[in-house]
Design a binder for this molecule. Structure first.
Ligand SMILES: *Cc1c(COP(=O)(O)O)cnc(C)c1O
Ligand code: SF4
Length: 348
């Protein structure tokens, strides 16, 4: 998840996206296509009273609702403060303009040497393997980009791959998006076969929220390309609250680990979701039980419509200081911000 170039993505869109006929869809694809996309249905299914509806519809008009059933099932019924629901429920506050909150907080079309490619940091490149997500998170900096549901075509990928083939300083390819695992296994298998043929590439990294929101995404077809590549594999999940980790998710993680994947997690610090030492500590503990190590804790990107999630820097530092007092060092995520133009994420 989390990649930041709209211009790039629009260029990378193609005319030959794969759409599997219904009968050939995997279970996860069916779940993805049946995700809730109607704010009225979201409110009804969670037993919210009608007072939430106008705000949900206003927010939805700005950035559409998308919530898979498997994620909805982990929310508490009738509780508008549920930490999972807060991440996906549109609010009227999203439409209130605030100084400093902009539609493209990380303005970054400058680092795009090829279609579907972002090269900002030394030794690693980001590949936009799918512009689509399985869940639409209200705090996402991508919320203002009107992506279509296409992925780059194979001809466009070949141009990008040529750049990787020629640049021997690149050792790691990061599949990002949108959510790269929203692409089909056929498409991903094709791409990884080409990546592993590049001798100087050592690692394949995947930034994804799909195994969290639809654990059935981790199926035989995924494991067959992911488990058999010569590249070392790292998956960076995106989980913000311990309640997101249910039995199905733990099983998916176990399966990924058996396929030789190192599992890490990045979170965003979000008001009303995980803005307490207790919530963050429980998240780290649950992650480790599932075989996942905390990696980054991002402060919010100042994207218009997400201001109600903001936690000030001073408070963020205090929270992490509190965490440090109660957790082993390896369960402490690194508190970072992304600053355009910097050579890495910036520690706070
Ligand atoms: C975040 C990011 C990466 C990965 O950074 P790490 O610190 O290695 O996790 C790579 N490329 C881009 C463009 C990024 O935004
Ligand atoms: S999974 Fe959520 S946070 Fe990640 S890119 Fe998609 S909408 Fe944004």
């Amino acid at each position: 998840m989390i990649t930041r170039s709209s211009a790039l993505l629009q260029r990378a869109e193609s005319t030959c996206a794969e759409v599997a006929p219904l009968a050939l869809q995997s279970l996860w694809q069916t779940q993805l296509s049946r995700a809730i996309r109607d704010p009225r249905e979201l409110c009804r299914r969670l037993g919210l009273d009608d007072s939430w509806l106008p705000g949900a519809e206003q927010g939805h008009a700005l950035f559409e609702v998308r919530v898979p059933e498997a994620f909805l099932a982990r929310m508490r019924h009738g509780d508008p403060a549920d930490p999972l629901l807060r991440q996906v429920l549109p609010l009227a506050a999203e439409g209130v303009p605030l100084p400093g909150y902009v539609s493209d907080p990380l303005a970054e079309a400058e680092h795009t040497p090829g279609p579907g490619l972002i090269h900002k940091y030394a030794g690693r490149v980001l590949l936009i393997a799918s512009p689509v997500c399985a869940v639409n998170c209200r705090y996402c900096f991508r919320r203002h980009f009107p992506y279509s549901d296409n992925s780059p075509s194979r001809a466009q990928w070949e141009l990008t791959l040529d750049i990787l083939r020629q640049d021997t300083t690149i050792h790691e390819a990061i599949l990002s998006g949108g959510d790269p695992l929203a692409a089909s296994d056929r498409q991903l298998g094709w791409l990884v076969e080409r990546l592993e043929a590049i001798p100087h590439l050592k690692r394949l990294r995947i930034h994804t929220r799909l195994p969290v929101v639809i654990p059935d995404r981790v199926d035989d077809a995924l494991v067959s390309w992911l488990g058999n590549t010569r590249l070392q594999r790292v998956m960076v999940l995106h989980i913000n609250h311990a309640q997101e980790i249910d039995d199905a998710m733990v099983k998916a993680c176990a399966r990924l680990k058996r396929a030789g994947v190192t599992l890490l997690n990045q979170s965003v610090l979000l008001r009303g979701v995980n803005d307490s030492v207790e919530a963050l500590a429980e998240l780290s503990e649950r992650l480790f039980e599932a075989g996942v190590l905390p990696y980054y804790l991002h402060v919010l990107d100042p994207v218009a419509g997400a201001a109600h999630f903001d936690v000030p820097d001073a408070e963020a530092r205090e929270l992490v200081a509190g965490l440090r007092e109660i957790l082993p060092g390896f369960l402490l995520p690194r508190l970072v911000r992304e600053i355009p133009g910097e050579a890495s994420k910036t520690p706070l």
